[in-house]
Design a protein. Structure first.
Length: 393
């Protein structure tokens, strides 16, 4: 387990080194246009969703470990070549490979954990992994910020990223994690078994609603804090940092608290944290004093962090437990693709709502998040009780 968590930490350090500075790298270090870099990243992320979805069958057949190691090797090779990018197509293909490997990683992540653990111990390990990943992202972003002021420094960010992913691959080599289960009945594959599992599809719909709720604190709240509430320039960064610190600090105690409840009950507890934060944000406006705006935004970020700790970890563990052992790869791939799709459409949805008004944005988010409650209540009766949402074991 230590090697697995170490690999996740290194992986997150690399992601932190890169993603906050990707556009800066392509435009300032490689001389690419902002429009071209943005288009390459958008196209790459959208096409990568399909790769993540298709990876499920491969995970079931050859096991998740090989795909994770292979994905890290691919990312290491791409980042090693990034300082030599001289065309849109080089940038576009590299970006696609990076995002595709990232989607495969998340599809194979929980099936790999399940090769070592079972039951509510998966929740605890996912909580620890999330804590390490969040810390790694923060450390990586802080370290990269020291190098981002020059072309040479930006090139070193790419090379350091390549080294980090190569190291993560080396750490994982030799782990004993086989395939996700028994032989796959071909009849089930041909019938599209995953797509016929209606309770699991309802679980995915619930995840989409909760993902939209959680992503709002990173995607649209910074813009609202500046343009709508007229807060100070440092407030968006402070809110994101506070949220990440809270996730790291609260991960273990919140998951320990949740272990006293069934997953379904703990997920229901997450909903009011989101809803209260949205109602508070709906009440804010440009007429508020600066101090009040700061308290409002930072308070909402803390509420969102508590909800995210519960929702992300428990939903991921629940989705994995809902899957038949021989189809965990397919189930995980579909779940992660839905998660990625929600993140992809979030900017369009949020900005469209914000054009109507600040209250419209947060009230709609509160209502869509509340819509998860009847779904969760129904799922507690329809999903496998001993393994999933109705079992507190």
């Amino acid at each position: 387990m230590r090697r697995l968590l170490a690999a996740y930490s290194i992986d997150s350090l690399g992601s932190g080194l890169w993603f906050p500075f990707a556009l800066i790298f392509f435009t300032r270090a490689q001389g690419q246009s902002l429009q071209g870099a943005g288009l390459a990243m958008t196209v790459g992320s959208v096409l990568a969703l399909a790769v993540g979805l298709l990876s499920g069958g491969i995970i079931d057949r050859i096991g998740p470990l090989r795909l994770i190691v292979g994905g890290n090797v691919v990312r290491a090779c791409v980042f090693a070549t990034y300082p030599f990018v001289d065309s849109f197509w080089h940038m576009a293909v590299g970006t696609f490979l990076i995002f595709a490997a990232d989607r495969v990683f998340w599809s194979a992540n929980v099936p790999l954990l399940s090769a070592f653990l079972s039951g509510r111990t998966v929740d605890k390990l996912l909580g620890t992994a999330t804590m390490l990943q969040t810390a790694g992202l923060g450390i990586g972003a802080a370290a990269a910020s020291l190098l981002a002021g020059s072309v040479t420094g930006l090139h070193w960010i790419a090379w350091a990223n390549a080294i980090s992913f190569a190291l993560a691959a080396v750490v994982l080599v030799g782990l004993k994690a086989g395939r996700t289960g028994v032989e796959i009945p071909e009849a089930e594959v041909l019938r599209g078994y995953v797509w016929r599992d209606r309770p699991f599809l309802q679980l995915i719909l619930t995840q989409v609603l909760l993902t939209l709720a959680g992503s709002s604190f990173v995607i649209i709240l910074p813009l609202v804090a500046l343009d709508v509430f007229k807060g100070p320039q440092w407030l968006p960064s402070a809110a994101i940092v506070l949220g990440n610190v809270a996730i790291v600090a609260l991960q273990r105690p919140v998951i320990a608290f949740a272990s006293r409840w069934s997953r379904g009950s703990a997920l229901l507890i997450a909903v009011p944290f989101y809803v209260v934060a949205f109602i508070v944000l709906a009440a804010g406006g440009p007429g508020w004093a600066t101090a009040a705006v700061v308290v409002l935004v930072l308070g909402a970020s803390l509420l969102g962090a508590v909800a995210e700790v519960l929702a992300n970890t428990l939903m991921t563990a629940a989705a994995n437990s809902a899957a038949p052992a021989h189809l965990r790869g397919r189930y995980s791939a579909l779940f992660q693709t839905a998660w990625g799709s929600a993140d992809a459409v979030a900017p369009v949805v949020f900005t469209a709502l914000l054009t109507i008004g600040n209250q419209a944005l947060w009230i709609v988010l509160a209502l869509t998040t509340l819509a998860a409650v009847p779904l969760l209540i129904r799922l507690r009766r329809r999903l496998p009780p001993a393994a999933l949402l109705t079992s507190g074991e």
